[in-house]
Design a protein around this ligand. Structure first.
Ligand code: PEP
Length: 249
């Protein structure tokens, strides 16, 4: 057990239309009737986020963005700043998701600037890190995680809350998950590396595991040492699946 508060966060990625907001309503209404000891967040596409904020008002579900720009405003067509997410009523923003790193060539320095922007705007950044399959097979997992933590965690995190998500690239959307021992090893290492970066705040920083978390494997993963919650992609799209994962925590 750690002293971090539990967080189960859903990442809808580029999925969902207005009709799918019913899933968020169902989730919020169900959670109102249950006493989950932790936080629940959904990060829908930007097109649905403002509507989602209204739907969950006063209910135990928070809304997050899936990415933010490091600048507060300006000529960045198509981008959304952290301040815009705050203005909309979001409380979290994912930064450094492996899909952003891969398709938009975001490196650790960019992720760090985005995480700092999120803190500046009053959001909690969910900072994603994780190794590729080639790095895992070459025995470099902990080196990669160490580099990413050293490169992505802004100094503001020494006194402001952040969330760090361990998402092995080869587990995202594949149905493959690391063994519980591998998850436990990665998370224990992350806690130590984070302590080097931000000191005492590391003890209360939620460390999420992400990558093919499903109702069937959630209980074991969430009971692993130093795992304080989950970042869930595919299985967050349906309230019934996501609720089972939340209940497993
Ligand atoms: C993700 O995209 O952050 C993720 C963990 O996806 P999935 O749960 O679908 O593997």
């Amino acid at each position: 057990m750690t002293s971090a508060r539990k967080l189960i966060a859903g990442n809808w990625k580029m999925n969902g239309l207005r009709a799918d907001l019913a899933e968020i309503s169902t989730l919020a209404e169900s959670l109102e009737a249950e006493a989950f000891d932790g936080d629940v967040a959904v990060c829908p596409p930007a097109t649905l986020a403002a509507l989602a904020v209204d739907l969950v008002a006063g209910k135990p579900v928070k809304i997050g963005g899936q990415d933010c720009h490091a600048e507060a405003a300006g000529a960045f067509t198509g981008d959304i700043s952290a301040e815009k997410w705050t203005d909309l009523g979001a409380e979290y923003v994912i930064v450094g998701h492996s899909e952003r790193r891969e398709y938009y060539r975001e490196d650790n320095a960019i992720v760090k600037a985005k995480a700092a922007a999120a803190i500046r705007a009053g959001l909690t950044p969910i900072i994603c890190i994780g190794e590729s399959l080639a790095e895992r097979e070459a025995g470099k997992t902990l080196d990669v995680l160490g580099e990413q933590i050293a490169g992505c965690i802004p100094s503001e995190a020494k006194n402001t809350a952040i969330v760090v998500a361990y998402e092995p690239l080869w587990a995202i959307g594949t149905g493959h998950t690391p063994t519980l021992e591998q998850i436990g090893e990665a998370h224990a290492f992350m806690r130590k590396a984070l302590t080097n970066e931000i000191g005492a705040m590391a003890a209360t920083t939620p460390l999420l595991y992400g990558g093919s978390v499903k109702p069937a494997n959630a209980k074991d993963i969430l009971a692993t040492n130093d795992v304080d919650g989950a970042l869930v992609g595919g299985a967050s799209l349906k309230a019934s699946d996501f609720l089972q994962i939340i209940r497993a925590a």
